[in-house]
Design a protein around this ligand. Structure first.
Ligand code: NDP
Length: 456
């Protein structure tokens, strides 16, 4: 941007656009936040592209192609009827069939679904694979539910969802609260009603069409991305201290890969608190976490009961623990400005997001002002959906690739996303603005596809 007049024009454009969006979508704070972040990055590019402005590309991108909301009735183990709300937001199909996870969490609402589907559209474009953007879920909370209750809920959820999805239309996957168990129940019901065996869901078990490396992909991919970021400053994971939040799928495999790359991982968390193990996780300790969370569905506090080297901090997030690398892998808005300041004061030099939008806008500003390495989830956690795309390919050609083959694809895709961020995000002083890079690269691909397909 050349002068203050142009800066003002951009600010005015963003504020006017956002005011209209907020009026039209009242109370959807997470959705507003996600759109503003993208818009602030792409506005200068957009305003220099009259053909995109005239075609109202951005106005169309923020309007989901379809929103499906539905009743999910089910019966609990006591014989009582329960009612939840189901969602599928089919945001954008310009570059491929809708693709995006399903989240089961008490906090799920339309705003969270729309923010995730919007982010997913850009993320999927960055993977270079032909996948549109979507997200779904329910305010069902799997915590404390029996396997039979989870199954009955999943069957009821899929009884409605099945009519809106398919291998060439919309291919859901897992997300918070939806792992291998839930994907199994959902797939079983889909197959039963539709009488077809297709790769309509990804994240499937290896026994029936899943891809090797899919469970690892998001966490590993985030570490590959962090490796590439660190390399721009001549650094690596070796001997660095890493704080990770969450203890679910993404956190577990981010921890495993970071450790295998030579780092010391000292924290994990869940929604009740975090553990700090100054001696660092080991393969043996991480195996305990895998069993604790994936088989026994326990709480992270139990780690500190098992390993006396660790301390448990209830109702706190791990960001005041000194580290060089922070990997938020739990949920949205889990690093605020105070957390960011703690990280910076303690010498953190790289924040690599495994979760979706875990950093608040105020915290992002602090990281960027301090010119540390900071990557948004839509770039650094794209390895999960990319490997889901590879699972779709394997299902279509009726073949299974080796772990090595899938891992090689994953590494290449993460390297390509990093290169795209550098191409579009490098500022005049050499600082790589990964937010801008990821947003512009994703936007250009989707915008051009929309333009070529006419007004639709
Ligand atoms: P999981 O359900 O496997 O794990 C989620 C973890 O985050 C749990 O430890 C959970 O704790 C914690 N958590 C959830 N909500 C909150 C909260 N409000 N406050 C604090 N902690 C919370 O989910 P995933 O690991 O799959 O997903 C984690 C993040 O990564 C999400 O943002 C998701 O959208 C994103 N993501 C996931 C991908 C994937 O492939 N799985 C792909 C790309 C992004 P608790 O047990 O207490 O709920």
């Amino acid at each position: 941007m050349n002068n203050s007049h142009e800066v003002n024009e951009v600010v005015n454009y963003v504020n006017t656009f956002m005011a209209a969006l907020e009026t039209k979508n009242p109370g959807e704070h997470e959705f507003h936040q996600a759109v503003r972040e993208v818009l602030e990055s792409i506005a200068p590019y957009l305003m220099e592209s009259p053909h995109l402005m005239k075609a109202k590309i951005m106005e169309r991108m923020v309007e989901p192609e379809r929103v499906i909301m539905f009743r999910v009735p089910w019966v609990d183990d006591k014989g009582e009827v329960q009612v939840n709300r189901g969602f599928r937001v089919q945001m954008n199909s310009a570059i491929g069939p809708y693709k995006g996870g399903i989240r089961f969490h008490a906090s799920v609402n339309l705003s969270i679904m729309k923010f995730l589907a919007f982010e997913q559209t850009f993320k999927n474009a960055l993977t270079t694979l032909p996948m549109g953007g979507a997200k779904g879920g329910s305010d069902f909370n799997p915590r404390g539910k029996s396997d039979a209750e989870v199954m009955r809920f999943c069957q009821s959820f899929m009884t409605e969802l099945q009519r809106h999805i398919g291998q060439d239309t919309d291919v859901p996957a897992g997300d918070i609260g939806v792992g291998g168990r839930e994907i199994g129940f959902l797939f079983g019901q889909y197959k039963r009603i539709r009488d077809e065996w297709t790769g309509t869901l990804t994240g499937k078990s290896l026994y029936w069409g899943g891809s090797l490396m899919r469970p690892e992909a998001t966490g590993y991919g985030a570490c590959y991305f962090a490796e590439a970021m660190l390399a721009t400053r001549g650094l690596s994971f070796k001997d660095q201290t890493v704080c990770i939040s969450g203890s679910g799928n993404v956190a577990q495999y981010a921890a495993q890969k970071a450790m295998r790359l030579g780092a010391k991982v000292v924290t994990l968390s869940d929604s009740d608190g975090f553990i700090y193990d100054p001696e660092g996780l080991t393969e043996e300790k991480l195996n305990y976490v895998f069993r604790l969370k994936n088989i026994f569905r326990g709480r992270i506090r139990e780690y500190a009961e098992q390993y006396p080297s660790a301390q448990y901090f209830p109702h706190e997030r791990p960001w005041r623990i000194p580290c060089q690398i922070a990997m938020p892998c739990a949920t949205q808005n889990e690093i605020d400005a105070t957390d960011a300041q703690h990280l910076l004061d303690n010498g953190c030099l790289c924040v690599c997001e495994g979760a979706n939008m875990p950093t608040t806008p105020e915290a992002i500003v602090l990281f960027q002002k301090a010119q540390i390495l900071y990557s948004p989830g839509k770039a650094s956690n794209a390895g999960g959906v990319a490997t889901s795309g590879l699972e779709m390919t394997q299902n279509s050609i009726r073949q299974s690739w080796t772990a090595e083959e899938v891992d090689n694809h994953l590494r290449r895709i993460m390297a390509d996303i990093h290169a795209a961020c550098i191409k579009y995000g490098t500022e005049e002083d050499g600082y790589i603005n990964y937010v801008r890079g990821a947003n512009i690269a994703g936007f250009i691909k989707v915008a051009n596809a929309m333009l070529e397909q006419g007004i639709c």
